[in-house]
Design a protein. Structure first.
Length: 347
């Protein structure tokens, strides 16, 4: 699994399917998992921001159920890319986070994606101690989550110490900020862990350029060369078949050391599409509902409801999604979903 993670995978951030009464829709939740695996995704990230952090609230009590359902469905299905790497979102202060890591390990998850949003006032030393405690239970994927989605700013000094934790296997870089992205890349390079720690883009506004870039970082050991090898993305929770094809092409072009102009054009088209899905114009307020809307239009979800009644499409967002879907049909996988939907809903 670690070798596959280092090679680079498409890892969708798994959404939450709800009935009209805002209860878990197990049938459609399983259909989503079947869709991702059939599309060729090499991993699944469950219990993360796109799954909705509210599944942990006592009034919902869905964390175990959702994690277990995804793991069981993944084991039952046959993925085009092989058995998927299972990544569990880990949240909360240290006692909660360690408990979630123990649950994830019990359910067969391979890696814990550690969100530090609950430790906004913690010192750098306290953050590192927290990560080490979680890492005693499950291999770690670091997570630089943008503040507008519940994260906090994490300076280079933090990442330089974080990558010294032996059980760190990967980092999801998702600050939506080039300077902060480079902080993580530099930290991995200077620690001498290039090629050891797998870097994944979570920058939904910069996906293809992240995947195509070779980073060259001067260090005391000489120049270190790094690639962001794959993506763990909310954007890849829909149109996943196209994402798999794009990652495969990026890997091929990295080996060839050439980037055609049309792929740079595609990179900007994908960013434009993401702006509509993620509601960038309104501070990402409708980012989860936007993903749900695409999946609803395809028939994978019955609705676009979230656990929080206030999380919904922003005014004008549905029209934006219609615009980009029509403008960039090459980014969508509607035909693939249409051909297989009935099988996934029966699965």
């Amino acid at each position: 699994m670690l070798d596959r993670l280092r090679d680079g995978l498409v890892i969708p951030a798994h959404p939450l399917a709800l009935t009209r009464h805002r209860k878990l829709d197990e049938r459609r939740q399983r259909a989503l998992t079947h869709y991702y695996l059939a599309a060729g995704a090499g991993g699944l990230a469950v219990g993360v921001h796109t799954t909705q952090f509210a599944i942990r609230e006592p009034k919902h009590g869905l964390l175990r159920t959702v994690l277990e359902l995804a793991a069981r469905t993944a084991r039952e299905g046959t993925a085009e890319a092989g058995q998927p790497v299972l990544i569990a979102g880990i949240c909360g202060r240290t006692p909660q986070a360690v408990g979630e890591a123990e649950l994830a390990r019990e359910l067969g998850y391979h890696v814990g994606l550690v969100s530090l949003g609950a430790l906004r006032e913690a010192t750098e030393r306290e953050l590192i101690a927290h990560c080490r405690a979680v890492g005693h239970t499950i291999p770690l994927m670091g997570f630089y989550l943008q503040p507008s989605a519940g994260g906090r700013l994490l300076p280079f000094a933090f990442w330089r110490r974080f990558v010294e934790i032996p059980n760190v296997m990967a980092i999801k870089i998702a600050p939506f900020n080039r300077y902060q992205t480079l902080d993580v890349v530099r930290a991995v390079a200077q620690a001498g862990r290039a090629g050891d720690i797998a870097l994944y883009t979570g920058n939904d506004d910069h996906i293809l350029l992240d995947l195509l870039t070779k980073f060259v970082v001067p260090t005391a050991r000489g120049q270190q060369r790094l690639h962001i090898v794959g993506g763990l993305l909310g954007q890849w929770a829909c149109w996943t078949k196209r994402a798999v094809e794009l990652l495969a092409r990026c890997k091929q072009l990295r080996r060839a050391r050439i980037v055609p102009f049309e792929l740079l054009t595609c990179a900007e088209q994908l960013t434009d599409a993401n702006a509509a899905l993620f509601d960038a114009a309104r501070g990402f307020a409708g980012c989860i509902a936007g993903i749900h809307e695409v999946l609803r239009r395809q028939g994978l979800l019955a609705n676009r409801l979230c656990l929080d009644r206030h999380e919904q499409l922003s005014p004008g967002q549905a029209a934006d999604i219609t615009r980009v879907s029509a403008a960039y049909p090459q980014l969508t996988d509607d035909d693939f979903v249409r051909e297989n939907l009935d099988d996934w809903l029966r699965g």
